[in-house]
Design a protein around this ligand. Structure first.
Ligand SMILES: Nc1nc2c(ncn2[C@@H]2O[C@H](COP(=O)(O)OP(=O)(O)OP(=O)(O)O)[C@@H](O)[C@H]2O)c(=O)[nH]1
Ligand SMILES: [Mg+2]
Length: 200
């Protein structure tokens, strides 16, 4: 197995508002997506740590922006899920605004991993996220997570369908399953490109 530096990740801090973010230095990759698609589970899978990010069967578990430094200059960021109807309206609006502003303003953000449930494909919110990232000049890598829930043929079909919905050539997509532990190496390769391309 290829070297995975993300195993060194640890929890550092959380933010509820933009003024609580750590200094805008170094390089960051954010994990975004609807509630309950598996953002926190993917962070645990890629870091090989079962309890680094908190996961839950109940949507809306991650309610803060959580920062996981890999080293002094590189951080993974677990974002609260969007589009969960049962989160009170005021809180939902707060997060929609905060996430939008984070993506547009954060200078050290190098890319966004957008996690979707393969059974739902891209929702309207996800499509807005693709456009938001495009206007911020950020690459997006879409994970079709929970691919264990579909048979081989249906998985391929979903992959082709989402490929067609991407809005530019810096947006890519792959199949992923936390449960089956599949897709991690491909994801690590994308993270390495975003984080370390400039250093090589
Ligand atoms: N079958 C299956 N279940 C998964 C997979 N990934 C995550 N889950 C389950 O999906 C549920 C939600 O996972 P989380 O990682 O908490 O999702 P999240 O996107 O961080 O959710 P919020 O923080 O609430 O937005 C949990 O019950 C996970 O065990 C997967 O690949 N396959
Ligand atoms: Mg979460």
């Amino acid at each position: 197995m290829a070297f995975n530096r993300y195993r060194q990740a640890h929890y550092a801090t959380s933010a509820h508002t933009l003024d609580q973010l750590p200094p805008d230095r170094g390089c960051e990759v954010a994990f975004a997506g609807r509630s309950n698609t598996g953002k926190s589970s993917v962070i645990n899978a890629v870091t090989g740590q079962r309890r680094l990010a908190r996961i839950s069967k109940i949507p809306g578990r991650t309610q803060l922006i959580n920062f996981f430094p890999v080293d002094e200059d590189h951080r993974l960021v677990d974002l609260p899920g969007y589009g969960y109807a049962r989160v009170p309206g005021k809180l939902q609006a707060h997060w929609e605004q905060t996430l939008g502003a984070y993506i547009q303003q954060r200078q050290c953000l190098a890319g966004v991993v957008l996690i979707v449930d393969i059974r739902r494909l891209l929702t309207e919110y996800d499509q807005q996220m693709l456009l938001c990232c495009e206007s911020a000049g950020l690459p997006v890598h879409v994970l079709l997570n929970k691919s264990d829930k579909l048979a081989f043929g249906a998985r391929k079909k979903s992959l082709l369908q989402v490929e067609k919905q991407l809005v530019n050539s810096s947006q890519t997509v792959q199949l992923f399953s936390v449960l089956k532990r599949s897709g991690t190496e491909q994801l690590v390769a994308v993270l390495d490109t975003w984080f370390f391309r400039a250093d090589d």
